[in-house]
Design a protein around this ligand. Structure first.
Ligand SMILES: Cc1cc2nc3c(=O)[nH]c(=O)nc-3n(C[C@H](O)[C@H](O)[C@H](O)COP(=O)(O)OP(=O)(O)OC[C@H]3O[C@@H](n4cnc5c(N)ncnc54)[C@H](O)[C@@H]3O)c2cc1C
Length: 394
């Protein structure tokens, strides 16, 4: 019997106001089954080349946007279908569980999109449609060579001129800058000593003269990260996100979504990876293997439970506080636990294996090493938990 099909969210957006997560899950599963042939190119493992994988992702994002799945939870003013952010989380969850790639382009959507909506609604209406449909990739220019954990010391400077700013400086570890059309850029507009009080957030076109992007090849062989140089880069006045001197507030707002939806999407990927390991193991698990699998499953399940509740809080409009550092620690632990487990149970895939699955696990293992660094290093997160949540001395 052919799989049942019902109208897509794009055809029936009003349904999103009444549907719950379980029903949406079922609805999306039916769509995946009905479109299985069209979705074949997007099954994991994806191409080892970062740029080729991104090209492929655009095709998948187009299908998801046409059917409306990726537009759930975004306001109509930016081309969304309305409904709840948690419902979009279900779509990511099911996509990964069914063995499809979760496009890299979705991460900046989830982190930068809500920030623009909150702090620059006019820019959001003009530019977010291109981001949420996956037509564009954007990047986040915060870190610098001397300013990572100590972000408030950043030096990239924007000088006000009639009609806008001129930006000079350098950013480092900017994910996907080489493929991005826009950058959400944190710059100094105050004095060098002003720390977090002298920062401002701008939306910059990456094709503006004066921007040079150099990809950095990672140990995993991917050009994921970049260094970005800005020399006399002109940014129009209307590209301000939030207020002048309030860039820190915007950055902290943005960070919540890195802790919320980003972590939720990663748990979806990791959950699927535990299943992959189970199926790719050379034989039935003995006691030792079962213990490793159990540890992997526990790490991901803990993360899942935690981020599900964080996502619901964000959807209800809550502001996350220092407790979000727990989510970040659980995420980095799960990333490393799952890939370390895969390395043990699928030996020698990570070390010396050949073929596309070995490349997949090797790349995943390397990426997980950085999980305790990106988005805030684990040491700082532990200090936040110790001092601000547990009240321990500095
Ligand atoms: C995969 C990946 C993607 C990234 N993507 C982006 C991006 O898109 N945009 C962007 O702006 N940045 C990005 N980053 C940069 C990331 O935000 C920084 O690497 C991170 O904030 C740490 O800064 P740092 O590298 O300067 O290390 P540092 O801050 O110099 O820290 C180095 C080490 O020093 C120790 N340390 C530092 N401070 C403390 C402290 N207060 N207490 C205890 N120990 C401490 C820790 O051991 C830490 O690991 C990315 C990084 C990675 C790895």
């Amino acid at each position: 019997m052919p799989p049942r099909t019902r109208p897509t969210p794009a055809q029936e957006p009003e349904k999103l106001n009444e549907v719950g997560t379980d029903e949406l899950r079922e609805w999306f599963r039916e769509w995946l089954a009905a479109n299985a042939d069209r979705l074949i190119p997007y099954r994991e493992p994806e191409p080892a080349s970062y740029e080729e994988a991104d090209e492929l992702h655009v095709g998948l994002l187009l299908l998801l946007a046409e059917a409306g799945w990726s537009l759930i939870g975004w306001p109509e003013s930016i081309g969304g279908l309305g409904g709840n952010l948690v419902l979009r989380g279900v779509v990511y969850d099911e996509l990964a569980a069914a063995g499809y790639v979760l496009p890299e382009r979705c991460y900046p959507v989830e982190i930068l999109g809500p920030t623009l909506l909150r702090y620059a609604p006019d820019l959001a209406v003009s530019y977010l449609p291109g981001l949420i449909t996956g037509a564009e990739m954007w990047c986040q220019g915060f870190s610098e060579p001397e300013a990572g954990s100590d972000l408030a010391s950043l030096r990239c400077r924007a000088t006000e001129r009639p009609g806008g700013w001129v930006v000079n400086g350098q950013k480092l570890w900017t994910s996907n800058a080489q493929m991005s059309t826009k950058c959400v850029l944190l710059v100094r507009t105050g004095t060098p000593e002003s720390r977090h009080r002298g920062l401002t957030m701008l939306l910059v076109d990456m094709n503006t003269p004066g921007i040079t992007v150099n990809p950095i090849r990672s140990a995993a062989g991917a050009n994921h990260l970049c260094e970005v140089f800005l020399d006399d880069v002109e940014v129009p006045a209307d590209r301000l996100i939030g207020e002048v001197g309030k860039g820190w507030e915007v950055a902290m707002y943005l960070l919540q979504f890195e802790r919320g939806m980003y972590a939720w999407m990663r748990q979806a990927v990791l959950h699927h990876r535990v299943e992959l390991v189970r199926h790719q193991m050379p034989g039935p698990p003995g006691d030792l293997e079962a213990a490793v699998l159990g540890e992997m499953y526990a790490a991901v399940s803990t993360l899942r439970a935690r981020t599900a509740s964080t996502l619901s809080r964000l959807a209800a409009g809550a502001r996350l506080g220092p407790e979000a550092s727990i989510d970040k620690l659980l995420l980095s632990r799960a990333e490393q636990c799952v890939t370390d487990g895969a390395r043990r149970l699928l030996h020698p895939a990570v070390e010396t294996g050949s073929g596309e699955w070995a490349a997949y696990w090797r790349s995943a293992w390397y990426f997980a090493r950085a999980a305790t660094i990106l988005g805030g290093v684990a040491e700082v997160q532990r200090s936040i938990v110790a001092q601000q949540l547990l009240g321990l001395p500095r």
